[in-house]
Design a protein around this ligand. Structure first.
Ligand code: ADP
Ligand code: ADP
Length: 231
């Protein structure tokens, strides 16, 4: 898709809101971590927030757990409430990279409406594109830090010390829902709503499409180039 406007859309509050969209395993978390460091923005990952709520045993976690275990999306009303609360915290005052939210058009509309109430808007939607067959293999090798949420890969992005998080030394884990049968269920159930979300933003000319099969630093560089120069 080509966009005639191209340049970033400023919010009247000056807060930068970037969205990362892509299927399970596309590299959203990996790129969000790199970009948040580079741009000084908060990294808000809906999956990490839900997993933390499950660990904490909060009412929200109890509600979300059943859906997550099946590879289903958590219902929109629960998800929207949780995410909007996160976005209003001081950590996101300068702006945020949204990783994994919105995943349905209902969530996208709710986000747009909430931002508009505050005189804000999304600056850009970044679609990380990877063929389906590569995703299951990627997710099979994914290891995550239960403490800070950073993703690694046993082959393509290993930690400096095997099995330990580079940031805090915590022992890395394989997520329960990264088992191949659950990954396939997640891909089957989540791709259609994701394509609807992309279509919704494409119609507004807001999407930068990025080839997510490149090495991790090349994907980051392409996104940053797009943010500087338009795309
Ligand atoms: P992945 O990293 O594989 O893309 P996430 O960590 O983002 O997956 O999400 C894990 C699970 O959390 C999802 O399978 C889903 O159950 C739930 N979830 C995350 N984000 C959303 C969302 N925006 N709407 C509904 N459910 C969500
Ligand atoms: P998502 O958040 O979209 O579900 P992750 O960022 O967790 O995806 O990445 C999924 C897995 O693929 C992780 O193990 C990560 O280290 C690895 N990965 C991410 N980007 C790339 C890439 N460009 N090339 C190869 N592997 C990658």
């Amino acid at each position: 898709m080509t966009d005639p406007g191209g340049g970033p859309a400023a919010s009247s509050t000056g807060r930068r809101i970037l969205l990362l969209v892509g299927p399970v395993g596309a590299g959203k978390g990996t790129q969000a971590a790199a970009l948040s460091g580079e741009l000084g923005l908060a990294h808000l990952a809906s999956g990490n927030l839900f997993r933390q709520a499950v660990i904490d045993g909060s009412p929200l976690g109890e509600q979300a757990r059943v859906y997550m275990e099946r590879g289903d999306l958590v219902p929109d009303d629960i998800t929207i409430e949780m995410f909007m609360h996160e976005l209003s915290k001081p950590a996101a005052a300068r702006g945020a990279i949204l990783d994994g939210f919105p995943r349905t058009v209902t969530q996208a509309r709710a986000l747009d409406a909430t931002l508009a109430e505050r005189g804000e808007q999304i600056e850009r939607v970044i679609s990380i594109e990877v063929p389906m067959e590569e995703l299951v293999a990627r997710v099979a090798g994914r290891r995550v830090c239960p403490e800070c949420g950073t993703s690694y890969h046993v082959d393509s992005d290993p930690p400096r010390v095997a099995g330990r998080c580079d940031n805090d030394g915590t022992e890395l884990q394989q997520r329960d829902d990264d088992r191949p049968e659950v990954v396939r269920a997640r891909l089957e159930k989540q791709v259609r709503p994701m394509l609807e979300v992309l279509d919704y933003y494409d119609q507004k000319g807001m999407v930068q499409h990025v080839d997510g099969t490149q090495p991790i630093p090349a994907v980051t560089a392409e996104i940053l180039d797009g943010l500087r120069d338009g795309w």
